[in-house]
Design a binder for this molecule. Structure first.
Ligand SMILES: NC(=O)c1ccc[n+]([C@@H]2O[C@H](COP(=O)([O-])OP(=O)(O)OC[C@H]3O[C@@H](n4cnc5c(N)ncnc54)[C@H](O)[C@@H]3O)[C@@H](O)[C@H]2O)c1
Length: 376
């Protein structure tokens, strides 16, 4: 097949493009090479065999021309950040998806598959269990609680403690602008796909980790921040109390899931979680990175937190598991691969400090009443 990969110069897109080429497909990439993800032109890691176009996914003419020439699409191009640019999240992530379907319908294109990159953030705080009040899907944590350093979520009905559950795809409860835009994108894709008979799959990735994850984008997450910290010899900061739980997923496992979404007829019309299958606290994750760098520096709690973050979220991955997919890699595998890749990157000076200063200045990273932990 000839396959269009939007955002194919980015982290997930480029790895997916590599696999598609290995599988014998022709790959066309459309990518705007947006900062801060990209700092120079076409990235070196992008395979020479790719038919590359620099441009915006919201450009109707460009998209029409490319869509006419392909059999399937992966829509990965997206705006991802913690910044309060609410309209930009909707514009890039939702409008581009609506445009994609508008063109497919207007041109009467017969595509074998459209795969859109949704996100675990579409599920917000996810699923909890209250012994007294049964299943709960909590809303946004009050800012007053976060400012006071009260991180854990309590039952919205009885205010008692909640037990974390893995979150299945039936839960949609996005709480930050990015998550809302990803849920919007997913709804547009799945519902227009069903209505117009365009076989569509939406994949809700958990936090994806591995080489090529932009070092310049503050949104790139724990693997980037902790690896950069250890590489630069500063103790990494743990937001909240370091107890936030996630299920980090390895890029190779994500690419496997992307292939299933393209090829398995049972996937069409459905939303799937793509998670790591293992619950890990931020502190545990930092420890994995510390061991990778063989450092004596331990991560520290500074009393800071990230505005809009969810406390815990672990995806239920049984639905995609039923199609034969299974994560094969651990967070330690992802960290080792990322650290190897990072070691080959020049000009990392200031990257961490710049991103942190920007996040603090914009009120994305905030200080709670919790006092900083002494470094050890
Ligand atoms: N990386 C993760 O942990 C993660 C988790 C959940 C969901 N996702 C989703 O997966 C997809 C890929 O994420 P990634 O981590 O590879 O991100 P990335 O930033 O590495 O890649 C995204 C690419 O899209 C391009 N792009 C951005 N805006 C564009 C536009 N308007 N037109 C054309 N190109 C544009 C960027 O230049 C970049 O190369 C995104 O849709 C993202 O929302 C990622």
């Amino acid at each position: 097949m000839r396959i269009l990969v939007t955002g194919g110069a980015g982290f997930i897109g480029s790895h997916t493009a590599d696999r598609l080429i290995t599988l014998g497909h022709d790959v066309v990439v459309l990518d705007a090479l947006t900062p801060p993800v990209h700092r120079g032109g076409r990235p070196d890691y992008l395979s020479a065999g790719i038919d590359f176009y620099q441009g915006d996914v919201r450009n109707r003419d460009l998209m029409t021309n490319l869509l006419r020439r392909v059999d399937a699409v992966y829509h990965f191009a997206a705006y991802q950040d913690y910044l309060p640019e609410f309209s930009k999240f909707s514009d890039v992530n939702i409008v581009s998806t609506a445009l994609l379907y508008e063109i497919i319908v207007a041109e009467g294109l017969d595509l074998a598959r459209v795969v859109v990159a949704s996100s675990q953030s579409a599920m917000g705080e996810g699923l909890y269990w209250c012994p007294a009040d049964a299943e709960q899907t909590p809303g946004i944590r009050p800012e007053s609680a976060l400012a006071a350093g009260q991180w854990d979520i309590i039952c919205p009905v009885c205010s008692g403690p909640l037990e974390l559950r893995t979150t299945p795809e039936r839960i949609s409860n996005p709480q930050n602008p990015y998550g809302m835009s990803k849920f919007g994108q997913e709804m547009v894709a799945i519902n227009l796909g069903r209505r117009y008979g365009i076989p569509t799959v939406a994949l809700r990735y958990s936090i994806v980790q591995g080489p090529r994850q932009s070092v310049y984008n503050a949104y790139s997450g724990a693997c980037r921040i902790f690896c950069l910290s250890y590489l630069l010899g500063v103790p990494p900061t743990l937001y909240e109390d370091g107890g936030a739980i996630r299920d980090y997923v390895n890029i190779d496992d994500v690419v496997d899931a992307n292939v299933v979404a393209l090829t398995d007829a049972r996937a069409a019309g459905r939303v799937f979680n793509v998670g790591g299958g293992q619950a890990v606290t931020t502190r545990e994750f930092a420890e994995i990175v510390r061991q990778q760098y063989d450092s004596d520096l331990e991560a520290v709690v500074t009393g800071e937190y990230r505005f809009g973050d969810t406390r815990h979220i672990v995806s239920d991955i049984r639905a995609l598991g039923d199609l034969g997919w299974k994560p094969q890699h651990t967070p330690a595998d992802s960290v080792a691969a990322y650290a190897r890749w990072l070691a080959g990157i020049d000009s990392l000076d200031g990257v961490l400090a710049e991103a942190n200063a920007r996040m603090r200045a914009l009120g994305v990273v905030r200080q709670s009443a919790v006092l900083p932990e002494a470094g050890r």
